[in-house]
Design a binder for this molecule. Structure first.
Ligand code: ATP
Ligand code: MG
Length: 394
């Protein structure tokens, strides 16, 4: 018997004409993450053959890859006579500790001499005879023993691990995530990756008002996202001059509104240059003054590109739950200042007026400042296989 891992696709299987494209991408993503496996696939399954025996490591890495509904640990053999199937089955479950089970049979090879019902009954009876502490429970068994009769082989499996679901990264093209050091934006990024968007990220920093630690924190978060996204390009924009100009020249209640309009403008240009189709951010309706529906509309007005807000209808506690699950929370709550928090006015406008925002921002030559900031952007490529280079701040 050979131990093998195979994957069930879930939602992917609803893609008719596109399925091959999705599967190719999934295959590619798996090979990028797991360097030491061979992959074979058809429209129903994807088989993973590791070149070593560390199946646990393979499964745990597969658990971070989108587009996989279920990871199945199976045993495969070529002799298809019922006696062989029975003996192999017994050898497998010999030491397993469960009390109730049922057998399910799938005959992909319809020419096999025994029908599914007969096989199921015979195998069930055989198990009961040899492990007499077990009971069959068809409604709520502890373990479902699956036996699959294929053309040239038999598969037995009863251990499955849930995958992340979603679509393979990259099947929806590219998006630019506005990544701050907060709790929300890494979660928003994760949710976008889940739907197949390959991320690049943009971070606005305002040295000396924001520290090197704040940047390191963002890089650490980006690094965590590479677990799901694969390599991630981080665009770092120096936002100091723009922010100071806004601070000096505009009514303080509009600081955040106008600052965010500038971030969106820069984000859309960088996204366009990088071939990203959408901007993604961690806004959530009503969370702060700049995220009321009126504020969002006034800010959004500066870009034509769609802005995806995966968290718009989530409560903070729901967001925190996901942040903990995906491993970003502990880093996000580190105290380093983000550029937004330094220039926060005491009374930010809750219902900004578009005409006023336009009038105030026209008092500075923002186009030139934006051009300069983009020209001086720094790009860092963050990979998922190197050690965490920023661990010293954690
Ligand atoms: P928190 O979890 O504390 O709310 P946040 O990152 O969501 O942090 P907000 O002030 O709510 O901070 O900002 C809303 C969104 O705007 C963020 O989710 C993020 O997408 C984007 N954003 C804010 N500040 C920056 C920044 N310095 N660089 C890049 N994107 C930013
Ligand atoms: Mg937020």
């Amino acid at each position: 018997m050979e131990k093998v891992i195979f994957l069930k696709y879930g939602e992917l299987s609803t893609k008719k004409d596109n399925r091959n494209f999705f599967l190719k991408k999934l295959n590619e993503n798996i090979l990028n993450t797991l360097k030491d496996v061979r992959v074979e696939y058809d429209f129903g399954r994807m088989f993973i053959y590791p070149s070593h025996n560390n199946y646990e490591e393979v499964v745990s890495k597969l658990q971070n890859i989108f587009g996989i509904h279920e990871i199945v640990i199976a045993y495969k053999f070529l002799e298809r006579e019922i006696e062989t199937i029975e003996n192999n089955l017994l050898a497998l479950i010999k030491d397993e500790e469960f009390l109730t089970f049922k057998v399910e049979v799938k005959r992909s090879d319809k020419t096999y001499p025994l029908d599914g019902m007969t096989l199921r009954k015979e195998l069930g009876a055989f198990v009961l005879k040899h492990k007499n502490n077990l009971k069959v429970d068809v409604n709520n068994p502890e373990v479902i023993i699956n036996v699959e009769i294929r053309k040239n082989e038999v598969l037995i499996y009863y251990q499955t691990v849930k995958g992340l679901g979603g679509y393979p990264v990259g099947t929806q093209g590219k998006g630019l995530l506005m990544l701050s050091g907060g709790i929300d934006s890494p979660v928003a990024g994760y949710m976008a990756i889940k739907r197949g968007i390959k991320l690049e990220a943009i971070y606005f920093e305002s040295p000396p008002h924001t520290s090197e630690n704040a940047l390191n924190k963002v890089q650490s978060l980006a690094k965590i996202l590479t677990k799901y996204n694969g390599e991630l390009k981080l665009h770092i924009i120096n936002f100091t001059e723009i922010q100071e100009e806004i601070y000096k020249n505009m009514p303080h209640e509009y600081l955040i509104t106008i600052m965010r309009r500038m971030m969106y403008r820069i984000g859309a240009i960088v996204a366009f240059k990088r071939g990203a189709k959408v901007l993604i951010n961690g806004e959530s309706i009503g969370q702060v003054a700049s995220q009321t529906l009126t504020s969002m509309a006034v800010v959004n007005e500066v870009v034509k590109m769609p802005v995806i807000r995966p968290l718009c209808c989530f409560d903070k506690l729901e967001i925190i739950d996901i942040a903990k699950k995906i491993g970003t929370y502990e880093t996000s709550i580190l105290p380093y200042e983000d550029c937004c928090t330094i220039f926060v006015p005491t009374h930010p406008v809750i219902n900004p007026v578009l005409e006023k925002a336009k009038e105030y921002e026209s008092s500075i030559n923002y186009e030139e400042l934006i051009y300069k900031a983009i020209k001086n952007e720094k790009i860092i490529t963050i990979t998922n296989n190197s050690e965490n280079d920023f661990a010293d701040i954690l």
